[in-house]
Design a protein around this ligand. Structure first.
Ligand SMILES: *Cc1c(COP(=O)(O)O)cnc(C)c1O
Length: 715
């Protein structure tokens, strides 16, 4: 007889390491223990296990014959944690004693840990997971938001409302971080308006640890207690204080935890104050002057910029900087003007605010954008900082983003890869030979699996639409009308992302009559599924959502176009795994990389995208669809007109005909051939294992050895 404690403890340990989030066999375990509760708890195993009494858990596990699978999962977790035979052991052993410290304002690891808003966070989460898989020594630093980013609901008018459920630490997979001698880690940062205190939590992400700062402690004033309440929710003062806590508090949290990093990676400029704290430490410990300390710290600092739009970079006025950084400035022995100069393109320009990206660029010797095109845009944008160089010589290279394959790949599609790609293909996923085998997959086998995933998506859409209608007070007839909507054999296009206006969610709706004719074409119909959140302050983004919802309720579009509320990683998984086509039509070159299309590509969907971000380098003419040829125009309205014309043309002349071109077995052979090209050419490149290895090779290893930057494009 198995002991009750053993089973329950094994499940709890599995729940406490986010490794389970990319192990389909563990996810299945939780689900099978209680499918309804699993969904009700938003796939949060900590809450889930809390809600089932231990006896019931054990009874259920034996009834369902899950005991040996729990043992197996537990054994696999421990093997994974103890595996010494990793890429990192061979290629990055120098980082073992002194790891990389990776700073980010948000981390998207799973929907049950809601401390992310979108692409930046998901990228950071995927980076940690790949660092873990590769055995690359890396410790991450972020913030535990008491409420996180908001949950979205729409009213009957299609207007977005925001909700902020409390993230109860007791219900999250986190523990108190401890100092080497076992005390809780606490950090304090002095400012002119009082000392800011924080406690520190730790999250295990496979072999990687994430430290999260939390200002909700009794020592703080009421307003500082609320500081880490919301992600991107506050005014400039809250923002600079959050960034002070992340950067300066983050460095202190690392050292208090006994971690002495050899490389600092700033994922976006939010955390750039970290560099100042390190400079202070070098000056204190070694008595070096500021200029020399800057050189040392910059040599070990890697900075990744994500924002191709000038207005999108954090900037703070002099008063806020002095209030919050004044104490640190004194310790650095800098005058107010010299300090402000660190955040200015023109240090002497007293009207110029303090820009976090400028600070990050000045405090790092290894800087990169997140796609080849974005690297180029960034070199142009920051050229004024380097007046003695040509634009080409601006020291910003690029490393293109990727996604964590096992987190985003549908288990059913993974099963196909398991059969065709060879033993342990996931451990070799950055090699083109592995993915070349995609051409051997049987068309029928592939299509059947794709249809299964698409059916899952459509069922999810119907259920969500019913739930949304119920909440808005719709009558039974309306609610049940959704049961028969959306059709498996209709070309299905997905569009889901943050509703930042540059992403132009409503572009395809520009001429509703024209779109109505397309979606209702009797022989070749089309259906569209939208999802996404607008920033609470972004009226235009909210109007875009409203416009989509209004159209979806009109007679011509009912059952052909839907908006799914509350986009998160769970909704994203359903969409990227089930759609036929992923639509992406940002205003080039404003999409620094974009990553959701990469998730679609590995799952057997095709991208239909503007040649921006990653797609500008991923598209080869045969592995998806391009909208236009990458032209831009200085007048946004003209660019939008042209892109709209190109979008409609691509849909009508390429996407729709190819999808409906069937052979006598009913298979779209040419479409499937294109999907296989997509998997073959994109799978090995746009995954986060390749991304982390690039960071290791081009940035981390040079930085920890004090070597010059070797970032692609040059530094
Ligand atoms: C992948 C992902 C993103 C990033 O999508 P983009 O293509 O960069 O817009 C944003 N949000 C969620 C929930 C995601 O899963």
């Amino acid at each position: 007889m198995v002991s009750q404690d053993t089973i329950v403890n094994k499940l709890r340990e599995l729940a406490r390491n986010l490794w389970w989030t990319w192990q389909p066999h563990v996810i299945e375990l939780f689900r099978e223990l209680d499918p309804v509760l699993w969904r009700e708890t938003d796939h949060n195993p900590v809450v889930f296990l809390d809600r089932i009494p231990p006896e019931q858990l054990v009874r259920r596990a034996s009834e369902m014959a899950l005991i040996s699978r729990i043992d197996y999962a537990f054994r696999r977790l421990n093997e994974y944690l103890e595996n010494k035979d990793s890429w990192g052991t061979i290629h990055a052993s120098i980082l073992r004693a002194r790891p990389v410290a990776y700073f980010s304002m948000e981390f998207g690891l799973h929907e049950s840990l809601p401390i992310y808003s979108g692409g930046l966070g998901v990228l950071a989460g995927d980076h940690l997971k790949s660092a873990s898989d590769l055995g690359l020594p890396l410790v991450a630093v972020g913030i535990l938001y008491a409420e996180g980013y908001f949950r979205q609901s729409l009213d009957a008018d299609g207007w977005q409302h925001e909700h902020y459920p409390f993230n109860d630490p007791a219900q999250l997979p986190i523990e108190e971080a401890k100092t080497p001698d076992g005390h809780p880690v606490r950090v304090a940062v002095d400012t002119r308006s009082g000392t800011l205190h924080a406690k520190v939590w730790r999250v295990e992400v496979g072999r990687t640890t994430l430290l999260l700062l939390d200002s909700n402690v009794p020592e703080n004033s009421e307003s500082d207690r609320a500081l880490t309440g919301r992600l991107y929710g506050g005014d400039a003062r809250i923002r600079i204080r959050q960034e002070l806590l992340l950067g300066v508090g983050g460095v202190r949290a690392l050292y208090a935890s006994g971690i002495d990093p050899s490389v600092i990676h700033l994922n976006e400029g939010h955390s750039a104050f970290a560099g100042l704290e390190l400079i202070r430490m070098v000056m204190d410990a070694e008595g070096r002057p500021f200029g020399e300390a800057v050189r040392d710290v910059a040599g070990m600092t890697v900075f990744t910029t994500h924002t191709p739009v000038a207005a999108g970079h954090d900037r703070f006025g002099a008063d806020l900087v002095e209030e919050n950084l004044g104490k640190l400035r004194e310790q650095l022995h800098l005058s107010f003007d010299d300090f402000m100069g660190l955040g200015r393109v023109h240090p002497g320009d007293h009207n110029e605010p303090f820009c976090m990206t400028v600070l990050a660029l000045k405090l790092s010797r290894h800087a990169n954008g997140v796609s080849a095109l974005h690297g180029k845009v960034s070199r142009r944008m920051w050229h004024p900082l380097y007046p003695n160089r040509t634009e080409e010589e601006v020291p910003i290279g690029h490393i293109t983003n990727g996604v964590h394959t096992l987190s985003w790949l549908a288990p059913q599609m993974k099963a196909i890869y398991d059969r065709h790609f060879g033993q342990n293909w996931a451990g070799r996923m950055r090699h083109p030979e592995v993915w070349a085998k995609a051409s051997e997959i049987d068309d029928g086998e592939f299509w059947e699996t794709h249809q299964v995933l698409k059916a899952r998506l459509l069922e999810f859409v119907r259920q969500r639409l019913q739930r949304q209608a119920l909440r808005r007070g719709a009558d039974d007839r309306e609610v049940s009308s959704f049961e028969s909507m959306f059709d498996l054999d209709t070309l299905t296009i997905g569009f889901a992302r943050r509703f930042a206006t540059y992403k132009r969610a409503t572009l395809v709706l520009k001429d509703a009559q024209r779109l109505a004719r397309i979606v209702n074409a009797s022989d070749r119909p089309v259906q569209l599924i939208f999802a996404g959140k607008a920033h609470p302050e972004d009226r235009y983004g909210k109007e875009f959502i409203q416009q989509i919802v209004k159209i979806s309720n009109s007679e011509e579009f009912r059952g052909r176009l839907a908006f799914i509320e509350d986009y998160d990683m769970n909704v994203a998984r359903f969409l990227v795994q089930g759609v036929d086509v992923w639509l992406n039509n940002p205003r080039r070159p404003q999409e620094a990389s974009g990553t959701s299309g990469q998730k679609v590509a590995m799952n057997g969907g095709l991208n239909c995208s503007i040649l921006d971000g990653w797609w500008a380098e991923g598209y080869d003419g045969r592995n998806g669809f391009a909208i236009g040829s990458g032209r831009t125009h200085s007048v946004p309205g003209i660019q939008d007109e042209r892109d709209y014309a190109d979008l409609m043309d691509t849909l009508a002349s390429q996407v729709i005909p190819l999808y409906y071109d069937r052979d006598s077995d009913g298979l779209p052979r040419k479409w499937i051939a294109r999907v296989k090209d997509c998997i073959r050419t994109l799978g090995w490149r746009f995954n986060s294992d390749r991304q982390v290895m690039d960071y290791a090779q081009f940035a981390y290893l040079p930085a920890c050895g004090g070597q010059p930057c070797v970032m692609p494009h040059h530094c």
